[in-house]
Structure formats: C-alpha cells, structure tokens
Design a binder for this molecule. Structure first.
Ligand SMILES: [Zn+2]
Length: 333
C-alpha cells in the first residue's frame, strides 16, 4: 500500500515538475526579450503611453524615431471616464513614460490603473511621469472643491488642449520629459519642438482668419470644455447643458438654460461626440438653434487624426452650423 502510495506521489511530482519545466521554457523567450531589449543607441525606443490621443500626436512628433507611443483613451470617449480595458495594465507596466493631460482630468480612471501597474517610473513625480498641464494657467477654477458632488474639473477646466497656443506649451512639457528620460536626445527633441511650434504659429494665423466670421458668436455646449477654444477664436461661451462639469441637468436647469439662450439670443449648440444627441436636439428645438459637432480630442471623428485636423474640423463645423460662408478661406493662403 505504502509503496503504491509513494509511487503515485512520485508520479504526480514528476508530472508537476514537467509542467514547471514546460512553463519555464515558455517564459524564457519573454525573459530573454526583456533582458535583450535594445538600448536607444541600438535602435530601441522609449515606450510612451498617453492618456488622450492629442498627447500621443504631440509625443510622436517630438520623439520621432526615439519613441513608440499609444493613447489609452480614444478620441470619441469621455476623457473623464475612459472605459478601462485589461490591456491597459501591461501597457502601463512596460511604459518608460506616461503623459497625462493633468489638472486631475483623468482622476476617475487613471490613478487606480497606475497603482495596479506597479511601475515606479510613471508614478507622479517619477522620471517618466509627464504632466502636460505644467505652466498652463487654468480657467474656470471652482470657487470651492466640489468633487464630492461629482465635479470632474476640481482644479479648473482641463480642456486647454483645444487652444493651439497651449498645444505649444504641452509639446514643450513633452520635450522636456523625453529629454529627462534620454538626455542625449535633447537636441533632436528641441529641434522637433521648435518646428512644431513654428508650424502651429503658421496654422494659428490661418485659423484666426478662418474664424473671423465667428467673432462674438454666442453658443452653448454640453460640457464645460470650450473656454480655451472660444477665447482663442473670439467666440462667446454662454452656458452648458450640464449643471456643472460631470453633473447631468435637471428639468429646472434646462428651463433656465432655454430661457437664458432666448434672452441672450443664442442659436448655436456645440455637442461633443461622447454625449447623446437627445438633449442638445431638444434644447435646439426650444430655442431655434443649430447643433454643431464639436470634438474635444484628436480622433473624435473619422479623418481627424492630427491636432491640426482637430482644430480645423471644429472651426468648419461651427462655421457650417452658423451658416457662414467659408469661401474666403483658401487652404494655401
Ligand atoms: Zn471636462
């Protein structure tokens, strides 16, 4: 009996040992891959993860061949509530850098992921943590902290990416972050930054001309994400469908909104792609307004793959809705 038992145990042991050996063999290529990850000099790249696609666009342009970059959020999602996928964790775990929008825009989904990813480099204050909101002066800062009531802009409006002047600041923050990670690349990153900033300056002059017919145009949006764009291009933000950022409207708020729009003769509503059409359409019916799609991130519409396309899309969408002719603008002028 005892002998039989011993035999069966040793059989079981040897099966388990075999399983272990197979598992180790299976892991070896992955382990070798980790050990043999080439240095940047050998053609390896910095792995950069960004929260939103605009940051991925900027990073790719500053980092060039030194980086691979991927955004966690898609352009059609809500940057305050990105649906979390299991694939995010290994991406963050392997990342050399994480670029965030900042001002706690990603508070409801990103910090928990960073915790789980166990990668000290990308923790706030870590060498690979890049905060794009450095040197941004936030607008619409709440007078008191309303997070407990669900306010998603506790440190002020974080949609500064929609101001091309701030796009230049964000790109500078990224260039500095990449230089911190790879100091020999400083000259390369700085040159790309200068080129990007010069390019944005040229575009901005064109965009301002394109936006001229919109000067003083009043509008309502769903979410409080338009102020930087509006002030840069001379439009006037009047109110939002949301009561406060992240707080859905009540009947009373909608009555107030319709009244205010009529009083101020507002006939334009901007709808961000991640909000349903029903409420903007209802408000439009009540006030005789036109609804224009307004993208808050790169990738918010098919064909909007770069930052320039994002700004251009929004201006043309508003010009169309406002019934303004755009023939004065020539793409090459
Ligand atoms: Zn927001």
């Amino acid at each position: 009996m005892a002998l039989q038992k011993n035999n069966s145990v040793s059989k079981k042991d040897s099966t388990m040992n075999m399983a272990r050996i197979i598992l180790i063999f299976l892991l070896i290529p992955a382990m070798l891959g980790m050990a043999q990850r080439p240095s940047i000099e050998e053609g390896g790249k910095l792995r950069v993860v960004t929260s939103i696609p605009d940051l991925a666009d900027f990073t790719a342009r500053i980092g060039g061949g030194y980086v691979t970059v991927e955004s966690l959020a898609k352009g059609v999602e809500d940057p305050h509530g990105v649906p979390i996928k299991p694939s995010f964790v290994p991406k963050l775990n392997r990342a050399d850098a994480l670029v965030v929008l900042g001002l706690q825009a990603e508070h409801s989904w990103l910090p928990a992921l960073i915790d789980v990813a166990r990668n000290p480099n990308i923790l706030p204050g870590g060498v690979g943590f890049i905060n794009s909101s450095q040197n941004i002066r936030p607008k619409q800062v709440p007078k008191s902290l309303l997070r407990r009531e669900g306010d998603v802009h506790p440190l002020g409006n974080p949609h500064f990416n929609l101001d091309p002047v701030y796009a230049k600041v964000m790109a500078k923050n990224i260039a500095e972050g990449l230089t911190r990670l790879y100091p020999p690349g400083k000259e390369f990153f700085d040159t790309n930054l200068k080129n990007f900033q010069a390019h944005i300056d040229t575009q901005l002059a064109k965009w301002k001309r394109l936006a001229e017919p919109l000067r003083g145009k009043k509008f309502v949006s769903y979410h409080q994400d338009t102020i930087y764009f509006a002030e840069r291009f001379g439009l006037e933000e009047v109110a939002q469908i949301e009561i406060r950022p992240g707080i859905e409207p009540t009947q009373g708020h909608l009555v107030w909104l319709v009244d205010r729009m009529k009083g101020k003769q507002v006939n334009l509503i901007l709808r961000e792609p991640h909000y349903p059409e029903r409420l903007p359409n209802w408000v439009a019916e009540q006030t005789g307004s036109t609804v224009a799609k307004f993208l808050i991130m790169v990738g918010g519409n098919p064909g909007v793959d770069t930052y320039e396309q994002l700004i251009e899309y929004n201006l043309r969408s508003i010009l169309d809705a406002a019934g303004t002719k755009t023939v004065a603008h020539r793409p090459d002028s």
